[in-house]
Write a protein that binds this ligand. Sequence first.
Ligand code: BTN
Length: 342
Amino acid sequence: MQQSASKRPTHTPVTSENSIRDSIVEYLLGADQSVSGELLSHEFGITRAAVWKHIHALEEMGFQFHRRHGVGYRIERTPDLLLGPLLRQRLHPSVRLGEHVIWKKETTSTNDDAVALLNAKMGIPDGTIVTALSQSGGRGRHGRRWSSPEGGLWQSIVITKPVPLQRASSLTLVTSVAVRRALEKHTQLPISIKWPNDLLCGGKKLGGILAEVKAQGETTSYAVIGIGLNTNVDASEFPKEIQATSTSVWSESGRRISHLDFEADLLKELDPMISHVAVGGAGFSLVSDEWRQASATLGQLVRVSLGDRIIEGRAVELDDDGTLHVDTGQEVIKVLSGDVLF
Ligand code: BTN
């Protein structure tokens, strides 16, 4: 659902890196006529030359401006980038996740960026999203490398509201359900979930979730939910070692999706789920039936890596706290965290 910029209060991003750029975009989006460079320079306390530099940088990012000498700038076209002002226009009014966005052209890992900002205690607001067009050091679970070229959707959602530690694993599970809902809506592809965090299409990996938490007593002092989705990338260009097992939206459907529209829907799904998990409401059990229906794991013969050993058996059940039950024939082993190898 669209919402005009004027209905949602403006937000200055937490880093100065992109704050003026985003403020200029927000200002121009909210204006009903062209805005002069002079007015922008007064409004943001910067020189006319600095205004021009920002406009030029925005053009490089894909913005198109209607410029008339002596009249000023009006936005004519916006790119499909997860910039705060563009995302906020699309956010449902009830959604708090994504009100603040830190956008980068390139970074090592958005999870690392989010953790560094949190540890620096800069007052990063709950629900902030760190996103980048590409990551040079994207991380998957167990320290694996996560290939993150331009075209995919790489983001980390910061949760500073405390979550009871025993529910922290639910963050990954509810996120996988929310991502699946948004993916199915925007791609019409059948998406299944492989325990605990893989999004699959046709048995191949389309995305994954890496949730990292810092504990303080019995609750989290923060959680960072990293979501990596192979959206508008060509799977034939993936590194050789993952080509047989990975795919992308584009390669499966022949179509690209709008990252901004997808994100607005994802956050609309995810926001209430995260709140439930945090406040001790229904949490994962709210969506656990949906998870089970979408599961590529339940009922299957699986090999589960537990770090130091591998067990084999049939995945027979998933608890409402996210524990997987594996029947080995001799016993049913309850696995809270591990990796399904199939
Ligand atoms: C997995 O399936 O192993 C999890 C992959 C998670 C990748 C995402 S991309 C955004 C965020 N930044 C990272 O470095 N990793 C996560």
